[in-house]
Design a protein around this ligand. Sequence first.
Ligand code: PLP
Length: 443
Amino acid sequence: MADHLRNGPSELAAYWMPFTANRAFKRRPRLITGAKGMHYTTSDGRKVIDATSGLFCVNAGHGREEIVAAIHEAASRLDYAPSFQFAHPQAFELANRLVGIAPLGLDHIFFANSGSEAVDTAIKIALAYHRGRGEGQRTRFIGRERGYHGVGFGGLSVGGIPANRRDFGTLLPGIDHLQSTYDRSHQAFSIGEPEWGRDLANQLEQLIQLHGATNIAAVVVEPVAGSTGCLPPPKGYLERLRAITWSHGILLIFDEVITGFGRLGYTFAAERYGLTPDMITLAKGVTNGAAPLAGTLVSSAIHETIMTGPEHLPELYHGYTCSAHPLSTAAALATLDIYRDEALFEKAAELEEPFADLMMELRSLPIVVDIRPIGMMCGIDIEPSPEGAGVRGYELLERSFHDHDLYVRVTGDTAVIAPPLIATLEDLAIIRDRLVKSLNSLF
Ligand code: PLP
């Protein structure tokens, strides 16, 4: 650490770190100074294997030369172009590429910089769409308990993670939440989509009864809840949500910020389930994490409804200074090339079964109370410490990083493994072995 901090630990004070236990971090920092392939380099010169693709974004592995070159070329050619009333050609190229790999019918994309912005964009588009159709009273949204849709007020409101909401007042009005689809007593140690829980989708019918379908704008869900700890949808659950929303003119928004770009063995989870939602939000893997870019894919019906009004005025009063930033756009185009050329989504589909088998081996450890593999993602719940929720989880995070050269995302007492899709079986076995050591060290 010392070699990177000229004035010692006081240098850590100014940076207020996001979603971080700041005081604990600054007592014992975890500093990353480089990355290549499956590994990070730490400030004390260790190679740490990346078991969660950074924050679920580095799907093609770290330090990809093609992406670096594309960003470099863009930066030296066009540092910035105004995104309001002007554009640069690569923004259109990227939009066409993304629409080309999206589920049929999602023909337009609105660019943002983060998943949070993409979700808030989707919520605003849903409101503008209903208003455009003369149904401006459709202002209610339905999210789900344990859902994570970022930190903007829209995403926070439809999101269902109590700690994230607690300090921020009443949030948006008119929001309900479906029950979480997770029930350990029925689903523990399920591989893939659990058998139990399909009927939980019928709660949507109850909310429609309560509020009236004509007051509801949209349902927002992650196909697989990711940040909360990887909760796969019960078999038939998403299909039921699609059928109910469809029959009542309610939009269905899939937040695919994690599930997009191969995590579940498909370009989007929508494809895995054979469904077309009305909007899909994407971010993270679209640039392999190399630059910030996000988007909201939108159906033609929605787009056409909003493309009205005087032609000299914006149809939607919404956008970001850095929507489709040239550097991010270049990074995304190079990333999509890699995904295609290396068939990484197909590779993820092939790895799903061996990955699940390796993760399920942890079942024999007494501290492990559930394992939920799906695609190239797996939630592992550990028995909380008697000292309180999250205490043991934090210990797992620290011990993995400092003692076992393993980076893993931990939330509460749940570890989420989501390795880069370039992982070999040997890499996956190394991740398993280090996890075993780290978990065993907790007693
Ligand atoms: N939506 C989902 C499903 C996510 O997992 C995340 C981030 O983890 C977000 C939205 C927010 O993305 P960002 O952190 O880029 O704002």
